[in-house]
Design a protein. Structure first.
Length: 381
């Protein structure tokens, strides 16, 4: 009996002592399975990262928001107009509009800056007169020197102005825009934000939408393949569709106008645009001046984008004009607010104002001029 009791006690002790070992073994197995599962997830994630497309370039693309434009009454009227006036097929055009997207990002970008935003010429200038753009401009000028000289001979527009425009607009084709043009134009033509000039701007973008469809048909390209700025500007020189049809030229002689892929067409088209907006061969651009307080000169600023005031009239209005400013030209008074620094004043000739027809901004025109000059100096080093 005593032996039996000893045997049972020994047996039970062995079982009890084995429990931690069995639990540890079982827990270890679970950990191994979990670790294996985790490793599989990590491996899949790593593989996914390897195969996932690089989103750096696509991150700048606007997030499209689908809307059925074909259900909009204004769009239906626009389609009627395109069919009746230009012979478009209704079903084909409805098919195009059924694929368009409303772009909220475009609506936000088109809004004017908040009231009270301080203009700063020095900060604006620094965005363009910088080493990377000077190097790219020098490379572009050296590569296309023959074509730039030909444009100057044919249209009278100097190489440095053409190079300046391309540098400010798209950094020589590097930043031509990733918005689908029809998405942008449809959004702005039919859903322009609530502003004081909303109706006028909607009419303008509706016209450009019409021009884009006509341009695509004439060029035999898919209108949905056009990409550009948030406002619908296309190609190296950022021409709106209407400007392409009116001013662009086939400067490389290949039988077609291609501002998206041909730098040479871009060169000739910029020169053509400026020439048709009043550019005068060999005319200077700007002269720095100062102004007298409490005189009538402020009424001369921004009157219209033309040089229409004589040197004597400017002096009578309180502008201090140096004697070396030619009396033979007409001028416009230009102001460049400069943050906390004093405002800069210039007299712009007709050539200066020709550039403002490209972009209605004194800051833009001066950036084009100064970038072109800076690249010319950079090339001479």
């Amino acid at each position: 009996m005593k032996k039996l009791f000893t045997f049972l006690l020994t047996f039970l002790t062995c079982i009890i002592l084995s429990w931690p070992v069995a639990y540890a073994a079982q827990h270890s197995s679970v950990k191994k399975k979990s670790a294996t599962k985790a490793n599989v997830v990590k491996t899949k994630a790593k593989a996914a990262r390897k195969t996932r497309p690089n989103n750096k370039s696509s991150s700048a693309l606007p997030a499209p928001e689908f809307t059925n434009f074909t259900q909009w009454q204004a769009v239906d009227g626009f389609i009627d107009e395109m069919c009746n006036e230009y012979g478009f097929e209704r079903d084909a055009l409805r098919g195009v509009f059924s694929q368009l997207h409303y772009l909220d990002s475009v609506v936000k970008l088109i809004n004017p800056p908040p009231v009270g935003t301080v203009k700063n010429w020095s900060a604006y200038r620094a965005r363009f007169i910088e080493p990377r753009r000077l190097q790219a401009g020098t490379k572009f000028w050296n590569r296309y020197q023959t074509e730039l000289e030909r444009a100057q001979q044919e249209f009278g527009v100097p190489a440095e102005i053409i190079v300046g425009v391309l540098g400010v607009e798209t950094m020589y084709g590097q930043a031509a825009g990733k918005f689908r043009v029809l998405d942008s134009l449809a959004t702005l033509a039919f859903a322009y934000p609530e502003t004081a000039n909303r109706e006028t701007r909607m009419t303008y973008f509706r016209s450009e939408l019409k021009q884009a469809l006509l341009y695509a048909r004439e060029s035999r390209i898919d209108p949905l393949s056009l990409h550009g700025s948030f406002a619908g500007a296309i190609g190296w020189p950022q021409f709106m569709p209407g400007s392409i049809r009116r001013y662009a030229v086939d400067f490389d002689g290949d039988g077609k106008i291609d501002l998206r892929n041909s730098a040479v067409d871009a060169i000739g088209s910029i020169a053509s645009f400026l020439s048709q907006h009043g550019w005068q061969r060999d005319q200077p651009l700007v002269f720095p001046v100062t102004v007298t307080p409490n005189m009538s000169w402020p009424s001369l600023i921004g009157k219209r984008l033309e040089a229409d005031t004589s040197r004597d009239e400017l002096r009578l209005a309180g502008v201090i004009v140096p004697d070396d400013v030619p009396v033979s030209y007409l001028y416009g008074l230009v102001d460049l607010e400069d943050g906390t620094h004093p405002t800069r004043y210039l007299l712009g000739t007709q050539n200066f104002f020709a550039i403002t027809h490209y972009n209605r901004s004194f800051y833009y025109a001066m950036a084009v001029i100064e970038l072109g000059h800076a690249i010319n100096r950079h090339r001479a080093r």
